[in-house]
Design a protein around this ligand. Structure first.
Ligand code: CTP
Length: 404
């Protein structure tokens, strides 16, 4: 049977994206019934929602017709999942405080179904202490969040508030539905994933880093979350949204990444996909380093960073049952990966063939050879980073004896 979504739409400009959410969701076998707040109808019409969902749209708390036909309590419970998209700051505040002064807030108070919200608001409103408090309270009440995402203007650092894209919301919906149905293969398994580059400061304005996009690591975290795992993602600076259903910890340097990883223990599985800077400037200047006319440029002394993969693999207490690393190789892929596996003490290496003729570096796809501690070697075909992530989940589930 089609999973039924009760979609509560509140009044934000992002409401137009609901039409896309409904279309794509129906293609993927979901059924939608929409509820709008009065403000939502300034942005999206009930006619468009009814046409796309193929269902009546509910708007009024005290509608005699609606109450005799279905009643707001039943409406709130006839769904498998309640999704609020977009969720404005105002609706989050009303939810957090248990207000019930219109149909949308009354349904949200009356429902006994899981609730997923996709906030959308101005970045200052999202950062406001009142909103932070409301979000924390709702999380503690068991409400799940997807997004918001950084806006167009800045790259991750500023301007978070845009509603998650419909595809991302659908992914979160499907993950939650799988969890509800108890289909989650890795239900309750704790997974740690590292992703992205690190930034190693030279002075307050300059740093060493690399071109890692974080896409592979983030896709892995999202795929584990969809399989029901409890995922902590420790990420360096990237231009990607936090994956839905994942606890994401943002760090800058390799040393911060290591600390965040150790703080996330105990876990059953660790996947190190971050491109950790191998070195850092030995001394980060407290003030901006100035040009000195007539003198040679400053020499930069480097210090070695901790190896996170090797540290996690070598823990004498609390070592994850399975530690997975990556290796970027251009030649002797399997031999180099075997050597790296032995040196770092991990259980699996996903060797990434990055020789220029593969076109993998910085691309959308990956060509992986899996090298295991017991000598097994399995080459995978060239795959999208999402597909690589799915296969890693399958592989880990199999090695934990929790295969499909
Ligand atoms: N890694 C880590 N901490 C580091 C360096 C690397 O956790 N300080 C992890 C990466 O996340 C990855 C693996 O180790 O899983 C890659 O190892 P690395 O020795 O950096 O190998 P390559 O990137 O393949 O490069 P090279 O062979 O030049 O060392």
């Amino acid at each position: 049977m089609r999973a039924r979504i009760l979609l509560v739409i509140s009044g934000g400009i992002a409401a137009y994206k609901c039409l896309e959410l409904i279309r794509r969701g129906r293609e993927r076998g979901l059924a939608f019934r929409c509820v709008t707040t009065r403000a939502a109808e300034q942005f999206v019409t009930p006619l468009a929602l009814a046409a796309l969902s193929g269902e009546k749209v509910y708007r009024e708390l005290f509608s005699l017709v609606d109450e005799t036909e279905i009643g707001h309590i039943r409406l709130s419970r006839e769904a498998d999942l309640v999704v609020v998209a977009p969720a404005t700051a105002d609706l989050l505040a009303r939810m957090a405080n248990g207000l019930a002064d219109d149909l949308a807030s009354t349904l949200l108070l009356a429902t006994d179904r899981p609730v997923l919200v996709a906030p959308a608001m101005n970045p200052r409103m999202w950062e406001h202490p009142a909103t932070r408090r409301n979000v924390e309270r709702l999380r503690a009440d068991g409400v799940r969040f997807v997004g918001p995402e950084p806006g167009d203007m800045a790259c991750g650092e500023e301007g978070v508030g845009r509603m998650a894209e419909p595809a991302t919301i659908l992914e979160a919906i499907e993950g939650l539905l799988a969890e509800i149905r108890g289909e989650a293969r890795l239900g309750g398994v704790r997974v740690l994933v590292t992703s992205g580059p690190t930034r190693e400061p030279l002075d307050p304005v300059r740093f060493f880093s690399n071109r890692s996009s974080g896409r592979q690591g983030h896709a892995i975290a999202a795929a584990f979350a969809r399989a029901g795992a409890r995922v902590t993602l420790v990420s360096g600076p990237v231009c990607l949204p936090d994956p839905p259903g994942v606890h994401t910890v943002h760090v800058e340097t390799a040393r911060e990444m290591l600390d965040a990883c150790l703080a996330a223990l105990p876990v059953e599985v660790a996947v190190c996909a971050a491109a950790v800077s191998d070195w850092r400037p030995a001394h980060a200047a407290a003030e901006k380093i100035k040009k000195r006319p007539g003198l040679p440029p400053p020499a930069i002394e480097l210090a070695e960073n901790p190896d996170i993969l090797a540290t996690l693999s070598g823990l004498s207490e609390g070592r994850p049952r399975l530690v997975v690393g990556f290796a970027a190789e251009t030649e002797r892929v399997v031999d180099n990966a075997r050597e790296k596996l032995a040196r770092k003490g991990c259980d699996l290496i996903l060797a990434n063939d990055v020789s220029p003729e593969t076109g993998v570096l910085g691309g959308e796809r990956n060509r992986i050879v899996v090298v295991e501690r017991d000598g097994r070697v399995e080459p995978w075909p060239e795959l999208s980073k999402e597909e690589v992530a799915r296969r890693i989940v399958d592989l880990v589930a199999a090695r934990l004896g929790m295969g499909a």
